[in-house]
Ligand binder design. Structure first.
Ligand code: SF4
Length: 490
């Protein structure tokens, strides 16, 4: 970071409070003013995520009183037609296959013109948040989803920000792209840094809530494990951390028992009777099985996904990285972070400490799992993933610590904030690619403008809070009406 940028960080934080947050509030109020939808009602994307992730308590009952359970939610359809295709349901004891359409209110079925659209004739379930009026959907049942939410649905508040819920749609240039095309890079970068800081603060607020509910160590453990699951395995990692709490892990006799419980409960121990185990794992695997059995702990039904994971990102390697991190913190992440922020008094020193590669668990460097090797051997967690975890969990936590622990140092919080502004770029996800299309003309300009993590996150935050919330309607967006950033005080 350049010296003048570092000096400007206090001003950026003021700008988050005085300018960016009020604009965000305006957008949320615009949503509340919408005549069709009441305040606090989730968007369709969120409801689709709830359906896709099966965050609904079963058995359910449809509006007509039939019992309903979901055998398969179907395939999320990101182009025209029903939201999910080829779903499999059990309705009143009978298996029913077909499509599922999700709406915020039942009357949207008519408002969107579906009754006369042949693409919707195979719909077997109409999922709605609110049954505002009786709407007959020929051949389909209606389900009021808000009656059956599991407590775990809140996890989606984070997940829906991520790439896996992005639509593979062609995103049109927005009004901002026209304005930004005429601005210098440094003006746009400042706007993005403000939005990025706002996003970091929101992450910190979510962590603060978790710390109040479950304590700092457990909240950090869950959030870091969630980050280890990147994209397809976040839910599985978070469930593991929730169901094997840190206090139980710490109470075990020794490190080998902890390793056995984590891998055993995760269901990741290989079965040597079914697949050939690598020679170096044979003895150790047997020991892990014996230790796990001796505790009588359950094997959790975790939704591991291996289909899109690169071998280097396999669940076993990620879990080994999580274990290495826990050992590094001596199973007390909050105390470890407190020590880090006392030792490292500059943003750069703090990042050097936090971004160090994981040490230990070296036997995993050359393995995908207990049965397969990878070449060449590599660190358990690559730098981009470490940047993401530090930017999404660790620094937001350190920045918000004074609100959780009044005795902690505000200077350390400012160092954490400035370390966030220093973090290098991370990997792009699909949502970020959409945002680039939306804001940059030509999109290739983003390479020189969006050059660090805070700006990447700022771009995502504006896209999510403004463009997606307003369904891309720039004419309703306060960001379009905001005064030209060139004339704002710096
Ligand atoms: S919706 Fe708002 S933030 Fe998005 S491009 Fe249009 S004016 Fe910009």
């Amino acid at each position: 970071m350049k010296k003048e940028e570092y000096m400007a960080s206090d001003g950026l934080e003021r700008e988050v409070r005085l300018r960016y947050r009020p604009l965000c509030l305006q957008v949320s109020l615009l949503g509340e003013e919408d005549a069709d939808y009441g305040p606090q009602e989730p968007g369709e994307r969120f409801l689709q995520a709830v359906w896709n992730e099966r965050h609904l308590r079963e058995p359910m009952r449809t509006v007509s009183g039939k019992t309903l359970s979901v055998l398969s939610p179907g395939t999320w359809n990101v182009s025209g037609g029903p939201d999910f295709t080829h779903a499999k349901l059990m309705v009143e004891g009978k298996v029913v296959s077909g499509d599922v359409e999700i709406h915020r209110v039942a009357s949207d079925w008519i408002r969107h013109g579906h009754p006369s659209d042949p693409a919707y004739r195979d719909v077997v379930l109409h999922g709605v948040w609110q049954n505002d009026r009786d709407v007959e959907v020929l051949g389909a049942e209606t389900l009021v989803m808000s009656n059956y939410l599991k407590p775990s649905w809140q996890r989606l508040l984070w997940d829906t920000e991520d790439a896996r819920y992005a639509y593979a749609q062609k995103v049109p240039f927005g009004e901002c792209a026209r304005r930004w095309a005429a601005l210098e890079n440094d003006v746009i970068q400042r706007t993005l840094a403000v939005a990025g800081l706002s996003r970091m603060e929101s992450r910190g607020d979510a962590l603060t809530q978790a710390v109040r509910e479950r304590g700092a160590d457990q909240a950090l453990y869950e959030a870091v494990f969630d980050g280890l699951g990147y994209k397809s395995n976040r839910t599985a990692f978070r469930m593991l951390a929730e169901q094997l709490p840190l206090v139980e892990l710490l109470a075990l006799k020794d490190e080998a028992d902890r390793e056995a419980m984590l891998f055993g409960m995760a269901g990741l121990l290989a079965d040597p009777t079914r697949e050939p185990v690598l020679p170096e794992w044979v003895t150790l695997l047997k020991d892990l099985w014996n230790r796990w059995w001796s505790h009588g702990a359950p094997r959790l039904e975790l939704p591991w996904s291996r289909s899109h994971a690169r071998p280097y990102n396999s669940p076993c390697r990620r879990l080994a990285a999580g274990l290495a991190w826990l050992r590094h913190t001596q199973y007390a992440p909050a105390r470890w972070l407190h020590a880090c922020s006392q030792t490292a008094t500059t943003p750069k020193a703090l990042l050097d400490l936090l971004l160090e590669p994981m040490k230990g668990q070296d036997q995993w460097r050359g393995c995908v799992d207990f049965c397969h090797r990878i070449r060449p051997p590599a660190d358990l967690l690559g730098l981009p993933r470490r940047i993401d975890i530090v930017g999404n969990v660790i620094l937001p936590y350190l920045h918000r610590r004074p609100t959780m622990e009044p005795a902690s140092s505000p200077t350390a919080a400012a160092v954490a904030r400035d370390a966030f502004l220093l973090l290098p770029r991370s990997q792009e996800n699909r949502l970020l690619k959409e945002a680039v299309q939306r804001f940059f003309m030509p999109p290739s300009r983003c390479r020189e403008v969006v050059d660090n993590l805070s700006r990447q996150q700022g771009l995502l935050d504006i896209y999510r809070r403004f463009c997606l919330t307003l369904d891309m309607q720039c004419d309703r967006c306060p960001m379009a009406a905001a005064s030209d950033a060139r004339h704002e005080p710096r």
